[in-house]
Each structure stands twice: as structure tokens, then as C-alpha cells.
Design a protein. Structure first.
Lengths: 349, 358
């Protein structure tokens, strides 16, 4: 279980302190970016329709970011985010369209299925002791196959008027599905901050051995993290079905990379033990802004990937530089300072 | 001061536990032998289920061609796995190299092999850059290569949009078509010619395997790479320039990814932005099934070939039996998990046996 932690950087506590300023920076970048875009669009971005559109298509990125964040918190990774989301989307839509299952029941089944599959990931990781990366790579492949099998080449329209209404409903131009995403984010933040199980999960991620010695079951934390991830992905899948006119076999195919981008830009330590829900939400918003800017200036869609990649690289490099600088200033008194800044010494621990 | 040393001892204990039965059984060799047996059984049973499986032209030739390409992809991943890193951008590095080759053929009218060398150099450069970012910042290779994947995904598509009308470089330098179609039957040493079932592209794979195998088993640099992977602190204390080794491993990964991109482009007949988009999963499957450790320090070149062969034989066999693409993924994923679980079961069993016999 701890093998992943082996080649990840240490210093969770330091990063957490840094995370507070990260959230501030991200919020500032988001606001400035949005204002600049809005000003350049002569205010058309501030109209009700536009705001609704922005927030509607922000829900899924936030949710998949959170689904990845909760496993990152436990020092794991979930490569099956996109495949599970895609499978659950077509599964839910097919339940309603092909089998006439009423929407609330179909949603319930989807949430249950997501939870069970997530728990399955966690149990596989714990029981087989295979690296979580490889386990979720395997389940990702299986789920992709299942998604293709359910969807085939067709586009499934859930055909539920109630669900479509739910997907397009909004209160004061804030879509309900965006509120769903915020509620999940709030719940997750509360869980990780105030609930004992959440604290244990973070402890397992931050330092598995210390957690084990203090009587925490790392196995339980891992299973819990993967289970929560599955549940959140199920919510994302339901949101996707509700907000899209139809789902097909390609849905979820482009979820994996953004799911990592949001928590990482938001300040999560990949070593586990330190995450920022708020940071991830802001980061998802910034990624959305990049997409908006692309649409506004009718640029090639490839610019989005390029920019997001560059932002992630920039974020990790700047974060590291700040961290090194902090360490240096803290250790400046003894003359070991020059030694301690050699980052390659610390990288593998 | 608490986290790193504690964690390290944990890992050491774990690896010591694992090392004990290894000396007894040599599971690395057992695993490769097991793979070989499974492949043989599968080939025989697929062959008896459908005689088309033995068709040299229609089945064996394309099968070996796919294996050739994906084995090189596996080696590209193996290069970074040896130091305990990952390269999620392996496919996109292949795309970048292939793009440079296509650009070179179209704009500079370079001959086939000059373009190949140029592309490999670009692959090495992007790999080295990735390695440099990782070693200079100390950030996890997963994050850096993931971000690199994003960057290259965007960059490659933009360049194709800029320079081509149909999102593909279709200019074919002399010799490219021959390379695609020719088999070893066209390579003769005097009166003895090779098998028509083995594509010429396989020679690239053999060269890559020999080079990588030689690097890790015979050279000092290779040993140092493995030590960096198994215990970077010890490597550093023994005076190994770990930063340079990290950069070197990623540069090697980028080069091999570029070679795989070239081979795929030759097979497909054109250079497109989608080259390499399917490389990520196979790149891990081959080495991991073959016994290369994700945590670094142990690699198997032959195992990578066997692991790749196994997945491709299953893929080809199931396709012949009429299993659709959709179900194929289900089986492949299940087999991956099963194969890796058996390794774990074997370790548990041998540990138990060792304990009772003591």
C-alpha cells in the first residue's frame, strides 16, 4: 500500500500551509480572468444565459476533480474516473430509455453501482496489494468495455422529461446541477476536516506507517477513499445524463486528465495527506475559463489542452520553488542551508 | 523530520520480505516461463478453434507487427519504470516524434532514415526536458508527465492544423512502403531467406531490445539506473549523479516512444496526430506482466516482449473468434488483474510455506 508513497515528495504539512495561499491565488486568477473575458465580450458573458451555461458545464469538472481528490488524499490514484463515469452515464440512460425504469430509481441504482464499483477498486487494492495505479488501470479497461457493450454505436437519450427538467432548472441563474456539485464539495470538505473517518483517511495518506501505529486501519481508509470516489463519479454521471441531450460510448473519455488537473492545480499533494477541496473547485473554474476564452476567440480546441498542461507544469514548478525557498529560510541559521536545498536529495523519499 | 525516514524503513522491510522467496524460486524467471506457457497454450487453442489463426499473411504477420510496435512502447515505459518513475506522456511523445518526422519528410524532403533520426532526437529532447523538470523540482513523475501529455496533445494538434489540410502528413519518402509490406522473406543471407510471416519492422524491435537489454545488464549506467530505482538515497551516497540518471532514463523513454511512433506511422502509411493515443495502457501492460516493477529497480526486457505478446495474442485470438471490440477490453482488463493477483497469491503462499518449514 505504501509503495506509491515511496517516490512521492514529502512535506505534506508544508504544502498544506502553502495551500491556503494557493486558494487565494487561484481565486484571484479566476476572478481577474473572468472579469477580463467579460469585459472583452462587452458584457455578453454576464447575461443570464451565459452564466447558466458556464456553471452548468462546470459541474462535471468539479465532481470528477473531487472524485480524484478523495483518492489522492489517501495517497492513491484512480485511473478509472473517466471509464466509470462513462459507464455509469450510459448505464443510467439505458436503464431509463430501454427498460423504462423511472428516473429516481435509475439514479438510485447508478449511485449504488458507483459506490459498489468504487469499493471493489479499494478492496482489490487492499487484498491483492497491487499498486492502485495498476488496479484502476485494469478496472478502467474493463469498464470501458462494459460502456461500449451497453452503448454500442448509438446515442442514448434517457427520455426522462423530469430528469431533463432537473438538468436545465436554475435558481437565480444558478443551475441546480451546479448546486449539486457545490453540495458534494461542501460535504467532502466537511468530511475531510471534521469527521473522524475523514481525518483517518488523510492520516493514512500522509504517513501510512504512523497512521498504522496510531491504530488506524490503512486498509479501511483506502477502501473508504475508493468508495467515496465511486460515489462522487456516480453523481457526476447522473449530472452528465441530466445536462446532456444524449450520452454515447465516448462520454467520459476526456475526464481522466481534467480529474487530475483540478486537485493538482488546487494544491493537493500527490503524496497524500493534504488536499484542498476549495482549491480544486477554483482550479476547475479556471480550466473552464480557458475553455470559455477559446470559444470567445474561436481558437483551435487544442489550445485548451496546451494551456492546461502548461498551467499544471507551471503550478508544480512554482509550488516547488516556493517550498524550497521556505525550507531554505527556515534552515538558514545553521550552515547546512546549502545542502538542504538540493531538491534531488529529497525527491524520492 | 518524521515522514521520510519512517516511510523508507517500511519499504525496506517490505522489499526484504519479498526478497526472501525470490531467492528461493527466482520468480522473475518463473514468471517469464509461465508467460511463455500461457502464450503457447493460447496459440494452440486459438489455432484449433480457428485455423485462420495460423494464416501467415492475414493473422501472424499483422500480429507480429503489432507486437513489434507495442513492445517498443513497453520498453519506453520500462526505461522510466527502472528508476521508479512513470511516463504518462509516452503516447504523446510518440506523436511528437512522428509529427517531426512527417514535417521533415514534407517540408525538408529528408530521406527516410534521416527523418527517423531527427524524430528520435526530438523524442530524446522532450524526454530529457521532462526528466529535467522532474529532477530539478522533485515533483512526482506522474504529475509532470501528465501535464506534459496535455501540453503535447495540444501542441501536436496545433502543428498538424497549421501544416496540413487533412490532419496528416501523407508524403512518403522512398522505402517507407517497402518497410511496411516487406517481411523477413525479403531479407536473404545467401540462399537462406527469413520467414514471410515476420515483418521487417520486427528488426527495429530486436535492435531496441538488444540495446536496452545490453544497457541494463552489461553497462555501469544501466546498473546505476536500477540502483536509482531501488534506493535513490543509497545511489546518491554512492556518488551516482541521480539527477543526470533521471534525465537519461526519461530521454531514453522519449527516444523509444519516438521509434514506436515511427513504426506505427510506417504501418499506417501516414503521420497523424492520433499516433500514440492508444499507447498508454499497453505501455504498462507489457512490462508489468513481464515482471518489471512499478516501484523501480527491476526490469525485464524479454518479459516485456512476452507480456506484450500475451496481450496481443489474446486480442487477436478473441477478434478471430468473433468477440467484439467492446468485450475485448473487458477480458483484457480482467486478465491483467488476474495475472497480477496470481503473482501476489504466489508470494503469499511461498511466504507461508517458508514460515511453516522453519
Amino acid at each position: 500500500m505504501t509503495t506509491l508513497g515511496r517516490f512521492l515528495p514529502p512535506g505534506a504539512g508544508r504544502i498544506r500551509r502553502f495551500a491556503r495561499s494557493t486558494e487565494m491565488t487561484l481565486a484571484a486568477v479566476g476572478v481577474i480572468g473572468f472579469v477580463a473575458l467579460a469585459a472583452d465580450s462587452h458584457g455578453s458573458l454576464l447575461q443570464g444565459n451565459a452564466v447558466r451555461g458556464i456553471l452548468t458545464y462546470l459541474s462535471v469538472p468539479i465532481l470528477i476533480g473531487l472524485a480524484q481528490l478523495v483518492v489522492l488524499a489517501a495517497g492513491q490514484m484512480n485511473l478509472s474516473v473517466g471509464a466509470l463515469g462513462g459507464f455509469l452515464s450510459v448505464f443510467t440512460a439505458a436503464l431509463m430509455a430501454d427498460h423504462g425504469v423511472p428516473a429516481p430509481l435509475a439514479i438510485g441504482i447508478a449511485l449504488l453501482a458507483g459506490t459498489v464499483i468504487g469499493a471493489g477498486n479499494g478492496i482489490l487494492v487492499v487484498v491483492t496489494r497491487i499498486n492502485g495505479f495498476i488496479v484502476t488501470l485494469g478496472t478502467m479497461t474493463i469498464l470501458l468495455g462494459l460502456q461500449y457493450r451497453v452503448a454500442g454505436t448509438r446515442t442514448i437519450d434517457a427520455g426522462s422529461a423530469a430528469l431533463q427538467r432537473f438538468g436545465s432548472m436554475s435558481l437565480l441563474n444558478v443551475p441546480t446541477i451546479f448546486m449539486v456539485a457545490l453540495v458534494v464539495a461542501g460535504g467532502l470538505a466537511f468530511f475531510l476536516r471534521r469527521v473522524a473517518a475523514g481525518r483517518r483517511l488523510l492520516a493514512s495518506g500522509g504517513n501510512p506507517l504512523a497512521a498504522e501505529l496510531s491504530g488506524i486501519s490503512n486498509a479501511r481508509s483506502l477502501v473508504l477513499a475508493h468508495t467515496l470516489s465511486g460515489l462522487i463519479i456516480a453523481v457526476a454521471a447522473v449530472v452528465a445524463v441530466a445536462s446532456a441531450p444524449g450520452v454515447n460510448k465516448s462520454i467520459g473519455g476526456d475526464w481522466l486528465l481534467p480529474s487530475f488537473a483540478a486537485p493538482i492545480i488546487g494544491g493537493a499533494a500527490l503524496a497524500g495527506g493534504a488536499v484542498s477541496v476549495l482549491g480544486a473547485v477554483f482550479a476547475a473554474f479556471i480550466v473552464r475559463l480557458v475553455d470559455l476564452a477559446r470559444a470567445q476567440y474561436s481558437l483551435d480546441p487544442s489550445w485548451v489542452n496546451f494551456t492546461v498542461g502548461a498551467v499544471v507544469l507551471g503550478t508544480v514548478v512554482i509550488g516547488r520553488i516556493q517550498e524550497v525557498r521556505q525550507t531554505r529560510s527556515r534552515q538558514a541559521k545553521p550552515d547546512t542551508a546549502s545542502q538542504s536545498t538540493n531538491s534531488t536529495v529529497r525527491s524520492p523519499a | 523530520m518524521s515522514a521520510p525516514p519512517v516511510e523508507r524503513t517500511d519499504v525496506e522491510v517490505e522489499s526484504r520480505d519479498r526478497a526472501k522467496p525470490r531467492r528461493r524460486l527466482d520468480p522473475g524467471r518463473a514468471q517469464r516461463l509461465g508467460l511463455l506457457v500461457v502464450i503457447a497454450v493460447l496459440v494452440i487453442s486459438f489455432g484449433s478453434a480457428s485455423s485462420a489463426f495460423y494464416d501467415q499473411q492475414l493473422t501472424i504477420f499483422p500480429l507480429l507487427r503489432d507486437i513489434s510496435i507495442l513492445c517498443v512502447v513497453g520498453l519506453a515505459q520500462l526505461a522510466v519504470m527502472s528508476i521508479g518513475h512513470m511516463n504518462l506522456a509516452v503516447g504523446r511523445m510518440a506523436a511528437l516524434s512522428a509529427m517531426v518526422m512527417g514535417l521533415a519528410y514534407q517540408e525538408l524532403h529528408l530521406p527516410l532514415y534521416a527523418g527517423l533520426v531527427l524524430g528520435l532526437l526530438v523524442g530524446a529532447a522532450i524526454g530529457a526536458l521532462t526528466g529535467w523538470i522532474i529532477s530539478a523540482t522533485g515533483v512526482n513523475s506522474f504529475v509532470v508527465t501528465l501535464a506534459m501529455d496535455f501540453v503535447l496533445l495540444g501542441l501536436v494538434s496545433l502543428v498538424y492544423a497549421q501544416f496540413t489540410t487533412s490532419a496528416a502528413f501523407t508524403v512518403k519518402p522512398a522505402g517507407m512502403d517497402e518497410l511496411r509490406k516487406y517481411s523477413l522473406a525479403d531479407v536473404c543471407l545467401g540462399p537462406v531467406c527469413g520467414s514471410p510471416a515476420v515483418p521487417q519492422l520486427f528488426l527495429f524491435t530486436v535492435v531496441a531490445m538488444l540495446a536496452v537489454g545490453w544497457l541494463y545488464s552489461r553497462t555501469r549506467v544501466g546498473r546505476e539506473l536500477l540502483l536509482v530505482g531501488s534506493n535513490i538515497k543509497a545511489a546518491q551516497l554512492s556518488g551516482i549523479p541521480t539527477g543526470r540518471r533521471v534525465i537519461g532514463a526519461h530521454a531514453l523513454s522519449g527516444t523509444l516512444a519516438g521509434l514506436a511512433g515511427f513504426m506505427l506511422a510506417v504501418t499506417a502509411g501516414s503521420f497523424t496526430a492520433t499516433i500514440g493515443s492508444e499507447f498508454m495502457i499497453p505501455s504498462f501492460l507489457g512490462p508489468v506482466l513481464g515482471g518489471t516493477l512499478l516501484t523501480g529497480g527491476a526490469v525485464s526486457v524479454i518479459g516485456t516482449l512476452l507480456g506484450t505478446t500475451l496481450t496481443q495474442v489474446i486480442r487477436q485470438g478473441l477478434t478471430l473468434l468473433g468477440v467484439g471490440l467492446e468485450s475485448l477490453n473487458i477480458y483484457l482488463g480482467a486478465i491483467l488483474l488476474l495475472a497480477l493477483s496470481t503473482g501476489r497469491i504466489r508470494t503469499v503462499l511461498s511466504e507461508r510455506k517458508a514460515r511453516t518449514s522453519r
